[in-house]
Write a protein that binds this ligand. Structure first.
Ligand code: ZN
Ligand code: ZN
Length: 167
């Protein structure tokens, strides 16, 4: 819930436009982060505790909840929904772990075909292990991003990377 930037009181509803305790209009004040309630100093734009951009926190942004949720469910394995929402760090982790697995896996198969075309038992074992690991990573990211897509659609993740509410 939104916290008063002047006195730090947590609002009873995000729809409130004024602090019931100190009467400061929503967003006015420089003492507290509106998201996590940490103390802030005048002129500070980004909360050093939670990282939201405080001036825009709670605004309704331009990113669509439906689009983000569907991207998460269908293309989330490449981190597309997190790129869209501006959660770049998470997006890169998802993209790199999946693409990286594919690249390592196929270059491994390629080098094996060249060096051991008759496939010794040892190579077959390594291939089975590699296949298993790659499937685990991809299924893992797939489940992770699918869950994020569902959380976005049902409003549990309701903000973009800058703290703006989703449409
Ligand atoms: Zn207040
Ligand atoms: Zn904060």
């Amino acid at each position: 819930m939104y916290k008063c930037r002047h006195c730090g009181l947590e609002y009873m509803t995000d729809e409130a436009v004024m602090c019931p305790r100190c009467q400061a209009p929503k967003g006015k004040g420089t003492n507290f982060c509106p998201f996590c309630g940490a103390q802030t100093t005048p002129g500070q734009k980004i909360c050093t505790n939670c990282g939201v951009e405080m001036d825009h926190y709670g605004e309704v942004g331009v990113k669509s909840k439906i689009a983000a949720g569907l991207l998460g469910i269908f293309l989330g394995v490449f981190g597309v929904h997190n790129f869209y929402l501006g959660y770049i760090k998470k997006a890169v982790i998802q993209l790199v772990s999946v693409l990286g697995s594919y690249i390592v896996y196929f270059s491994f198969i390629f080098s094996m075909i060249i060096s051991d075309p008759y496939m010794s038992d040892e190579s077959a074992g390594a291939l089975a292990l590699g296949t298993f690991l790659v499937i685990m990573i991809i299924v893992g990211v797939r489940i992770w991003s699918f869950v994020e897509g569902i959380l976005i659609l049902c409003g549990k993740i309701d903000r973009d990377g800058k703290g703006r509410r989703l449409k």
